[in-house]
Ligand binder design. Sequence first.
Ligand SMILES: Cc1cc2nc3c(=O)[nH]c(=O)nc-3n(C[C@H](O)[C@H](O)[C@H](O)COP(=O)(O)OP(=O)(O)OC[C@H]3O[C@@H](n4cnc5c(N)ncnc54)[C@H](O)[C@@H]3O)c2cc1C
Length: 583
Amino acid sequence: MKTFDSAFENNVAGKARPEFLELDNHSSDVLIIGGGINGISIMRDLSLQGVKVTLIDAGDLISGASAASSHMIHGGIRYLENGEFRLVRESVQERNDLLRTAPHVVKPLRTAVPIFSLTAGILNAPLKFLNHGKSKGKAKRNERGALLIAIGLVIYESFSRVNGVMPRFSFYGAKRAAKEIPSLHSKVKYMATYFDASVHEPERLALDLVSDALATGNAKVVTYAKAVGTKFGGVIIEDALTKQTAITSADVVVNASGPLTDITNASLGRETQFMGGTKGSHIVVDHPQLYEELASRELFFENRDGRIVLIYPVKGRVLIGTTDIFADPRQPVVCTEEEVDYFFNLVEHILPGIKLDRSQIVFRFSGIRPLPKQDVSQPGFVSRDYKIDKGILPSSQKTPQFSVVGGKWTTFRALGEHVSDLVLAELGRSRKVSTLGLQIGGGKNYPASAQEVEEWIKENRATLGKTRTQALLARYGTAASKLIEFLELHGDTELDTLSGYSEQEISYLAIAEGAVRLDDLLLRRTTLAFSGLLNEERVQEIARVAAASLGWSAERTQGEVARAWELLQYRHGVQKAGGRIAI
Ligand SMILES: Cc1cc2nc3c(=O)[nH]c(=O)nc-3n(C[C@H](O)[C@H](O)[C@H](O)COP(=O)(O)OP(=O)(O)OC[C@H]3O[C@@H](n4cnc5c(N)ncnc54)[C@H](O)[C@@H]3O)c2cc1C
């Protein structure tokens, strides 16, 4: 099995990282294990309360389940079928909050549901609710017709209208549906349209939360630092790069390691069986006809097997997903050829006029949903809600240790607040600030109208010019103003191999956003890999800029490039010739 580390380890062995060494004998109020969206959210909330927090991640931030999402910020209308009303209500409220607090990355999403029948599923659905709690999860999925979907949408929107920020749902018939989407299946009888939201760049949202936490002066983040055990009442942490170890202590420990929560607990010396994750994959295709026909709307529909799947246009590409397969989190997951066939079949099922082939795939990705362990017959029935467990950190007498079980992107703020309240109670401290309604990173004072955009550009453009300033605003929100200051000082020389990015911008991302490895830049500080914009020359050039910024030797740089390609090719199906998969 590939590890991605082979080429790299030789180049860094023995070279200590100062930020890692600082962890040894370090003490903070709270240690968070895991820098996915949930660990980051907990850190942000606690640091705002004046609590000293240290967050570590075995890899980069947002490199686990958080890197594998469908990009939806949604209430999860389909969870109504499982009777998860609490979760749906909370999710809709969080969605509406994020539309206000992170408008630079979270945008309303017109969602269209093509439907083949009027009454299908209408008799079966109430039975599912009645059986809720008894044979829940053993039920068989049935087709969902227009009436059932209309009932679902009425309930869904009833959660939302209290603070309603979205237009209401609507229905129309086959004729209009076919006119709007010419490639649609001729047997589609109705089209429901409602509004949800999506996060165009999940990684940026998370990095903004990290910046906000660091700005409080109460947070410390060390990546490539893995919790491997406990000793003297503290946690043993291993540097994933150098294999050095450190022991860190805290008054409270939070295990937010997503699908690996049980595995992390086991390495700390505590056996738990909280998790029962399922694998989900996506492909990203470069298909201009499909992109245009979708006209910014997501298609959200029932596939032949009863699974709800999506086709979503983003960044000039189309994201297609997802699968839901019971999986072992110990094994690395990749999007398999069978899953690609499944995606092609679902497109053909709803859009027979669209022809897809493997040469159009520019990126694929896969992850394990951190779901609670449950006895259900189908992965789709597993609860998407989260819970928090409290235990005692092994090797300590009384250090409370919380484990986060579940938690979606959509609900990260609420989960962060919930865990933070539990931690504050342990510390005997009280909440000072609510994160509800609190603007995030580049969403702060984000211009709300074309006129405000013009004004922002005027104020911030410095010598960069209007087009470039506008592009940076679109990419980073109002946080672009800091980057612009940096570019003013250091120049803004466009990359030779890629327009729209400058050497100094890459340098800024590497330094200011804590990149440690080349793939941190390619996959998470930018969306170049996701968008299918990488090739051999571009990776080489970005590596050269990163090396100059982060002080890498020639040997280390070579190792980074080799590792990045191993990862890009094996995990994401990117080819050196130009971001496409070879057949
Ligand atoms: C296919 C798929 C589609 C999804 N779609 C959506 C969607 O559209 N909308 C939505 O709201 N949600 C969606 N989700 C759910 C959402 O992405 C996850 O629930 C969420 O990202 C989990 O975040 P997390 O922080 O709990 O876990 P993770 O992101 O996995 O973070 C855990 C981190 O812990 C680190 N770690 C593990 N062990 C250790 C250790 N021993 N020491 C240090 N660090 C450690 C890992 O490296 C990792 O970075 C989807 C998930 C998947 C898989």
